[in-house]
Structures are given as C-alpha cells and as structure tokens.
Design a protein around this ligand. Structure first.
Ligand SMILES: *[C@@H]1O[C@H](CO)[C@@H](O)[C@H](O)[C@H]1NC(C)=O
Ligand SMILES: *[C@@H]1O[C@H](CO)[C@@H](O)[C@H](O)[C@H]1NC(C)=O
Ligand SMILES: *[C@@H]1O[C@H](CO)[C@@H](O)[C@H](O)[C@H]1NC(C)=O
Ligand SMILES: *[C@@H]1O[C@H](CO)[C@@H](O)[C@H](O)[C@H]1NC(C)=O
Ligand SMILES: *[C@@H]1O[C@H](CO)[C@@H](O)[C@H](O)[C@H]1NC(C)=O
Ligand SMILES: *[C@@H]1O[C@H](CO)[C@@H](O)[C@H](O)[C@H]1NC(C)=O
Ligand SMILES: *[C@@H]1O[C@H](CO)[C@@H](O)[C@H](O)[C@H]1NC(C)=O
Ligand SMILES: *[C@@H]1O[C@H](CO)[C@@H](O)[C@H](O)[C@H]1NC(C)=O
Ligand SMILES: *[C@@H]1O[C@H](CO)[C@@H](O)[C@H](O)[C@H]1NC(C)=O
Ligand SMILES: *[C@@H]1O[C@H](CO)[C@@H](O)[C@H](O)[C@H]1NC(C)=O
Ligand SMILES: *[C@@H]1O[C@H](CO)[C@@H](O)[C@H](O)[C@H]1NC(C)=O
Ligand SMILES: CC(=O)N[C@H]1CO[C@H](CO)[C@@H](O)[C@@H]1O
Length: 636
C-alpha cells in the first residue's frame, strides 16, 4: 500500500518537476539562456506543416477517428455507413475558429465551444439518463482549434489550463473572475491594487533587465494573465506557450492542436486583408504561410539572435510567455485612444490619459515587439520590410478586417475537411456580426498574400443580413466543384478546401451584443452569455432543428463523399438545402437595426436598450487603463 503511494507520489513529483523545467528558464517573466537545439537553423520554409505537427497529428488522428465514429453514430444520420467515413483511408480533420471581440467574443465563444464539449452537463451522449441538447462529442473529434484576439483568450485559457472545460470554469469559478476588470483588479482595496500593479511592474522590469525591449503588450499580457492563469502562484509569469509540448494532455493527443493568430505589421504601415501578413502561433512554431514571410521558427527559441535563421550558438528561452502571446493577438490599444474623447470622465483625467496614449502610439508601442526578429535577414519571403528589420512587430489579429482566424485552417497543407467559424464580431452599430470578416477573407485570396489558397464564395454583408445568413448557421462551399473557378493555376485541389460552417452570434435567451470594450462582467451576466452561446451553436438546444447533429455530420463527411464521387443521402440533401447558401443575393441596404434569429425578430428598441448599457462600460475601460498606465509609471 505504502509502496504504491510512494510510486504515485514520486511520479507526481517527477511530473511536476518536468512541467517546471519546461517553463521559463529564469522561472520568471524574463527570458534567459537555454541550450540551443542541435540543428542551428531555427527557421524553415512554409511549404508544409512541421515534422512535429505531422507526427503529433498521427497520434491525434487515431483518437479522432474513434471519436468521430461515435459522434456520427449518435447524430442519427440515416442511410450512412458512418465508419466508412470516420475510419476510412483518409482521416477527417475538423477545425474550429473563434473570432475576436474582447470579452464578448471570449464568453460567446465559450458557450459555443461548450455546445461541442461532452463535458458540458446534458451534452454527453454516453450518459444514460441525460438527453443530449447540443453537439456533445464534436470537440473530441476535432483536430484544430484556432483563436484570434478575444477568441485567443478563450483558446489560450482553455488550453493552458490543462485543457479545462467551460463547464469546469463556470462550476469552479477559479478563473475568469470578470467581476473585477484588469484595470481595477484590487477592487478599490489600496493594498491589493498596489500588490497587483507592483507584481506586473516587477515582471516586466525583469524582462527589461534581461535585455529585452518592452511594449505595452507586455503590461497588457501580464494583466490579462491575472484573469486567465489565476490558479498559478505567479499568474503565469513563467509559463511559456511551448511548455505545452511536454504536457501529458498534449503529448497524449487528448486535445486539439491550438493556433493563435496575430497580424504582422512592418513599422509605419497600414494593413488591409489584401496585403496583411498573418502570423500564427502554434504548439511548435511561430510564423506565416503568406508569401511575404513564408517561414516558421521554433516558438521555444523566440528571443534568440539569429541571422537567416541561424543562431551563433547561444539561445534564449522563456520569451514565448503564454499571456504575452494572447496579448499579441489582442493589441486593442489604438481603439482606446479614440474612445477617451467620447466618455464623460473629468477633463483633467482625460487630458492625462490622452497624452499617455498618444505618446504610446507615437512610439508604435501599440504593437507587440518580437526583438530580435526571428526572420532577420531571411530571403524566403518577399517583404524586405519585415526581413530587414531588427524587430518583428505584431498587432491585433483582427486589424486587417479578418476577425475570424480562418487562413491557418484553409492551408492545403493542413488538409482540413470542415471549419466551424464562430463569429462574435461587432460589425453592426448594435454589435452584431454581419459576415464582413468572411468577405475580407474571401477577398484576400485575390491579393498578393493569397498564394493560391482558395476561400469559398460568400456574398456581401447586406445579403448576409437580408438573407438571414447570420440568423442561423450557414454552410459555404457546399460543392467543391463550384470552387474550380477560384483555383488559379490549378495549384490547389478544390477538394482540399474545407467546407465552411458559419455560426454568428444571436440573442436567444440573452442579449449577447455587449461592447468590445466592456471589461467587467458579473457572474450572472457572464454565465448568461455562455448559456446563450450554447444555444447559438446547438440550434437552441436542438429545439429549432432536432436534426442539427445529423446535418453537422453531413458537412463533416461532405469532402470525403465528393472525393469518392458519392451521392449524398436524402437526409444530407435536405440538410444542405436548409443550411447551404444557395448563391442568391439581396444587396439592398440591410436594416442593421433589426436582427433575426429563426425564433423571430427582435425589436430595435430592445436591442438598443441593451447596447447602450453595454457601452457604458467603455468609460470604465478608459478610466482604469489610464490609472493602470499611470501606476506603472509611478512604481517604476
Ligand atoms: C437519436 O435518436 C435517439 C432515439 O430516437 C434519441 O434518443 C437521441 O436523443 C437522438 N440523438 C440526437 C443527437 O438527436
Ligand atoms: C482505401 O485504399 C485502398 C488501397 O489504397 C483501396 O483499395 C480502397 O478502395 C480504399 N477505400 C476507400 C474507402 O477509399
Ligand atoms: C442518472 O440516474 C442515476 C440514478 O437514477 C442518478 O444517480 C444520477 O445522478 C443521474 N445522472 C444524471 C447526470 O442525472
Ligand atoms: C490534466 O488533465 C488530465 C485529463 O483531464 C488529468 O488526467 C490530469 O490529472 C490533469 N493534470 C493536471 C496537472 O491537472
Ligand atoms: C496595404 O494596402 C493599403 C490600402 O491599399 C495601403 O494603404 C497600405 O499601404 C498597404 N500596406 C502595405 C504594407 O503594403
Ligand atoms: C551570440 O549573439 C548574442 C546576441 O547578440 C551575443 O550576446 C553572444 O555573445 C553571441 N555569442 C557568440 C558565441 O558569439
Ligand atoms: C480629443 O478631442 C480634442 C479636442 O476636441 C482633440 O484635439 C483631440 O485630437 C481628440 N483626441 C483624439 C484622440 O481624437
Ligand atoms: C486547369 O485544369 C483544367 C483541366 O485540367 C484545364 O482545362 C485548365 O486550362 C487549367 N487551368 C489553368 C489556369 O491552368
Ligand atoms: C440549453 O442547454 C444548456 C446546457 O445544458 C442550458 O444551460 C440551457 O439552459 C438550455 N437552454 C434552454 C432554453 O433550455
Ligand atoms: C454553384 O455552381 C452552380 C453551377 O455553376 C451555380 O448555379 C450555383 O449558384 C453555385 N453556387 C454557389 C453557392 O456559388
Ligand atoms: C428571415 O427571418 C425572419 C424571421 O424569421 C423572417 O421573417 C424573414 O422572412 C426571413 N427572411 C428571409 C429572406 O428568409
Ligand atoms: C501553392 C502556392 O502557390 N504556393 C506558393 C506560396 O508562396 C511561396 C513563396 O512565394 C511559393 O514558393 C509557393 O509556390
């Protein structure tokens, strides 16, 4: 008995020790020296996925094949030999993409994610006496999960908390305490506030002392970490994103492959979707598929001085702090400057805040600084602006108008069959999505960065609203053959283009259109948004369409069927009639004050009431941001 306990304990100790070892070498926010890998070249060309990802995928495939079989079996699909697809020659890859939009996006995304998670109550088809109300089990069958900005807070906090579940977060209440905003973390308790600001100040000061340039994103990432990594003694100051590579939950393939998206922006440039360089962080690498960069570097060694990818024999670790990476995906600061003027805070305070923020912007401190530049003096990408700069600068992943992280999942090298795009953007004046992110992603394929990726046809934003494409889930690219006209140079096989399942934020049981800048949520509101998110992704708990899981199944197996030249079942044909965009347009000016669910119309009045209450929070944001900034100056 004792012996067995001893073994258990020593295993546990080893396990914890192994976790600690893989975190920052300084055991703090400061990067520090580590041994270089045997191969001195840290950079590779982006013509395929990495060997590490390839071999990890094999392990994940062996799990998702069984889980997909289970999911499809329970989806009650008729006339389908489920295992021919789930366990066929080619493993089916499912991708999830969560949009940006601050805490609104994080919380709505959390609800949508929970609808796919069998760990959510009443959502596990294996449980005898519960009647399943969502798409439980789909997450188990998923290969990739991507997040951008607010969506990266969701993905990052789930993944970096040992792939916890939304249900657990809500039940245990250990992380995501949004009752205190990161700008007023101490809740007016002077001692607590001091400790908080001092802690952040010490963390970033350690990085500066280690010789690394700081930007506001360091402060931002450390502040956010106080909400996401609350259970850790140091609030994640020493937790690197790459440490995931050693966690059993990841090495045993018991979670999807995480991807976080930012935009790379050369100094003094503006970006739009047509010319943006998208930068992805994944469990193994950081870099870009786009021709402007077209390279990846090993994320573990960020901060290392390289020339054309080669180290001089001394390497740095600990730069890839998890919170810093989530901060790099969400550098929302630019927007704040313009909000200060619209609030009613005292004039004196306004002046101070405005001057601090303008100062920051002048120095381009609204970026996340990756210096030294991991792609310095490389030639694979066409952007000399990026390759010849000693720093690599990243901004909010949504800054180019593409607010859903879709391109990483549309890379032919990733071989994804279906992508679920959860859009919690604030496109309309009332903070609802109108498909504009998809329009930008569609347009991007024709620009210099398109690189022969194919993105399915989508309509204009008026059609999105007028045709109810935001009111309920809509499938795009239902027929791969329809995409042939988009295949320039025949370089990309149309069957390699995922089918896109678009699911937009809608109000079912709660008005979830809160302002992007709202930084404080009480638990009731937080949980109401999460519940509404579940309802959005589950067709109102399957009440609006009991066949929804089967229709999702039809989308999942579609590309395999097309490859094999198979007819759809009668059920799948009907599903596609219900959910596929039929190619028709209605470009007349959309009434963006109305928003539909297929439960009916919600009145303008009701919507406005809610939106206004959401906007009040903007004031808090500016106020506390100013105080935070001032405190940091003060403590230094
Ligand atoms: C499938 O059908 C069975 C039996 O009718 C039912 O109990 C189950 O809830 C259905 N599953 C879904 C996901 O609709
Ligand atoms: C699987 O591959 C084998 C050999 O390559 C082939 O004979 C078989 O038809 C394939 N099965 C399916 C379902 O594609
Ligand atoms: C299922 O039923 C059993 C016995 O009635 C009960 O003990 C258990 O709590 C139920 N589980 C759920 C999830 O309701
Ligand atoms: C991580 O999650 C797995 C699976 O849920 C669990 O077995 C393991 O104990 C967890 N590890 C830690 C350190 O909490
Ligand atoms: C991207 O395009 C926009 C609009 O055409 C232009 O203003 C901007 O300078 C371009 N940026 C780069 C880096 O080419
Ligand atoms: C390698 O480069 C780093 C950073 O510039 C420098 O500190 C270090 O001394 C160099 N090491 C060698 C062996 O040249
Ligand atoms: C704020 O308002 C003042 C006075 O109206 C103006 O000079 C300033 O440029 C505005 N600041 C911003 C960031 O718009
Ligand atoms: C693409 O392939 C089709 C059929 O193989 C051919 O007819 C067409 O000319 C090709 N297009 C280009 C741009 O090469
Ligand atoms: C839908 O299911 C979720 C998760 O079980 C639950 O929290 C929510 O109350 C349900 N909504 C309705 C309208 O029943
Ligand atoms: C697909 O192609 C067919 C035939 O060219 C066309 O009628 C239809 O509108 C297209 N559908 C979409 C969604 O583009
Ligand atoms: C959109 O949905 C609303 C509410 O269900 C309905 O009144 C309207 O006719 C629908 N519009 C279209 C084009 O289907
Ligand atoms: C499929 C495709 O066209 N890939 C191109 C992407 O960009 C790189 C760099 O410009 C090219 O080498 C690839 O051929």
């Amino acid at each position: 008995m004792f012996g067995r306990n001893l073994v258990t304990w020593s295993l546990l100790v080893c396990y914890i020790a192994s976790l600690v070892q893989s975190w920052s070498p300084t055991d703090s926010y400061a990067p520090g020296s580590v041994d270089c890998p045997s191969d001195k070249d840290l950079v590779r060309i982006a013509d395929s996925i990495s060997d590490e990802e390839k071999s990890w995928l094999e392990g994940r495939d062996s799990i998702t094949r069984d889980k997909l079989s289970q999911f499809l079996n329970h989806a009650n699909m008729t006339d389908i030999d489920v295992d021919a697809y789930a366990k066929g020659n080619r493993s089916i890859h499912i991708g999830l993409a969560f949009s940006g939009g601050g805490y609104r996006a994080m919380l709505n995304g959390a609800g949508q994610l929970s609808a796919l998670d069998s760990r959510t109550r009443n959502n596990d088809f294996n449980e005898q006496n519960s009647s399943i109300s969502g798409l439980g089990g789909l997450l188990d069958a998923t290969t990739y999960i991507a997040g951008l900005s607010g969506g990266s807070w969701l993905v990052g906090s789930i993944v970096m908390n040992n792939f916890t579940s939304v249900q657990q977060i809500v039940d245990q209440n250990k992380i995501w305490d949004l009752t205190r905003s990161i700008f007023n973390y101490g809740k007016f308790n002077i001692k607590k506030s001091y400790k908080y600001y001092k802690g952040i100040s010490d963390d970033i000061e350690a990085k500066r002392k280690a010789g690394f340039e700081l930007t506001l994103t360091d402060t931002w990432g450390r502040a956010l970490s106080h909400q996401f990594f609350t259970t850790l003694d140091d609030y994640g100051a020493s937790m690197t994103f790459s440490s995931l590579q050693d966690w059993p939950i990841f090495t045993e393939h018991n979670m999807p492959f995480p991807i976080i998206l930012s935009d790379a922006r050369a100094p003094n440039t503006k970006i739009i979707s047509l010319n943006s360089s998208l930068n992805e962080f994944n469990a193994f690498e950081m870099g870009s598929w786009d021709p402007s960069i077209y390279q990846f570097t090993q994320i573990k060694y960020l901060g290392t001085q390289v020339r054309d990818g080669e180290t001089n024999g001394s390497c740095i670790g600990g730069f890839d702090n998890a919170g810093f990476i989530m901060g790099s995906s969400s550098t929302l600061f630019n927007a704040i400057i313009f909000q200060v003027n619209t609030t009613t805070i005292p004039k004196a305070l306004k002046t101070i805040i405005t001057s601090i923020l303008q100062d920051v912007s002048k120095h381009e401190d609204d970026v996340a600084m990756y210096k030294p530049n991991p792609f310095y003096d490389t030639t694979a990408g066409f952007s000399t602006n990026i390759a010849q700069n000693d720093s690599y600068t990243l901004v909010d992943g949504g800054e180019d108008g593409e607010n859903i992280p879709l391109y990483p999942l549309f890379q032919p090298a990733r071989d994804v069959d279906v992508v679920f795009a959860f859009d919690n953007s604030a496109d309309t004046p009332q903070n609802w999505p109108n498909g504009s992110s998809l329009v930008e992603s569609y347009n991007r394929q024709f620009g210099v960065e398109g690189n022969n990726t194919i993105f399915p046809y989508v309509p204009d934003t008026n059609t999105f609203v007028n045709k109810n494409l935001t009111a309920k889930p809509t499938f795009f690219g239902c027929n791969a053959k329809n995409l042939t006209s988009l295949a320039r140079n025949n370089k990309t096989d149309v069957y390699d283009v995922p089918l896109l399942v678009y699911i937009a934020n809608r109000p079912f049981s709660y008005f979830t259109n809160t302002s992007t800048e709202k930084m404080k949520y009480d638990n009731k509101e937080r949980n109401s948004i999460i519940t509404n998110g579940f309802e959005v992704a589950s067709r109102y708990n399957l009440t609006l369409d009991p066949e929804w899981p089967a229709c999702v199944g039809c989308a999942i197996i579609r590309r395999t069927q097309e490859r094999n030249g198979e007819e759809q079942s009668e059920q799948c044909k009907q599903c596609f009639e219900r959910y596929c965009w039929d190619g028709s347009l209605d470009t007349s000016d959309a009434d963006d004050k109305m928003f539909y669910t297929d439960q009916g119309t919600t009145s303008e009045q009701e919507g406005l009431k809610k939106t206004n209450s959401g906007n009040k929070a903007t004031l808090n944001w500016s106020l506390w941001f100013g105080l935070l900034a001032m405190s940091l100056v003060f403590f230094r």
